[in-house]
Design a binder for this molecule. Structure first.
Ligand code: URA
Length: 235
């Protein structure tokens, strides 16, 4: 099996992250550092270590949906010592990690799993998984601004791909928007809204692909239903 696939299977990281670990020289096979991607290993005989810790395949895959509250970070460690999302998941012994990221001040749907293949599929930009958000922004975007948003906006020197945006409610000095993006760039929605002069005041993710947050309360989590897992596997 390819080394990066094996690392993902062990639940250590997504396949993409595993490739980074290999390139960074953090992976050893039989105590020798391997930096070549695609190295084939014998999963019965070879001993693989990541950061000098032996790894082995996790048998049971778990898939969890969390309604992330404000103030939690989606990394597994935080240099500023903020709370991390996995602190909210009690009673799950498998080592799980978040699928993609949400900003500390964003709420809503966050998947956590130890299935590196699913993480890879959901986060790879080529798969264009729709991610749907409700945003409260300053002011009310006009037609030109909405059109600009839909066509793609240059952020960090690169155009975003197509996006959907609809005004759900208008108030005097703010509006509620229904936004769907197909990438997962850093602070993407905030930057896009900023670019059309309507900074985000609040942001909540309500769906990822066909998976919906529904009535899950803030801070609560649940295991995915069988049909939801089937959907992920078919991606
Ligand atoms: N876009 C953002 O700006 N922040 C998020 O957390 C998610 C999407």
């Amino acid at each position: 099996m390819r080394l990066q696939k094996y690392i993902a299977l062990c639940g250590v990281a997504s396949r993409r992250k595993a490739e980074e670990l290999i390139l960074e020289g953090k992976v050893k096979v039989n105590d020798k550092v391997i930096k070549e991607l695609g190295t084939i290993i014998d999963i019965e005989k070879d001993r693989v270590k990541v950061n000098d810790k032996p790894i082995k395949p996790e048998k049971k895959k778990v898939y969890i949906m969390l309604n992330k509250p404000i103030g939690y970070v989606t990394t597994l460690k935080d240099e500023k010592d903020r709370r991390i999302v996995t602190d909210l998941i009690e009673g799950v012994k498998e080592r799980i990690y978040p699928v993609g990221r949400l900003d500390a001040d964003t709420t809503g749907l966050l998947l956590l799993t130890n299935d590196g293949d699913i993480t890879y599929k959901l986060t790879h930009p080529a798969n264009e998984i729709p991610k749907r958000y409700i945003a409260i922004v300053e002011g009310v975007p006009n037609k030109i601004e909405l059109e600009k948003f839909r066509k793609g906006i240059k952020i960090d020197g690169r155009y975003t791909s197509k996006a959907k945006i609809k005004i759900l409610r208008r108030f005097e000095d703010e509006s509620i928007l229904d936004i769907t993006i197909y990438e997962g760039r850093n602070r993407q929605i905030k930057k896009m809204c900023e670019a059309i002069n309507h900074p985000v005041k609040k942001l909540k993710r309500i769906a990822m692909g066909e998976l919906e947050l529904g009535g899950l309360n803030i801070g609560d989590w649940r295991y995915l239903e069988d049909e939801e897992i089937e959907y992920l596997k078919k991606l």
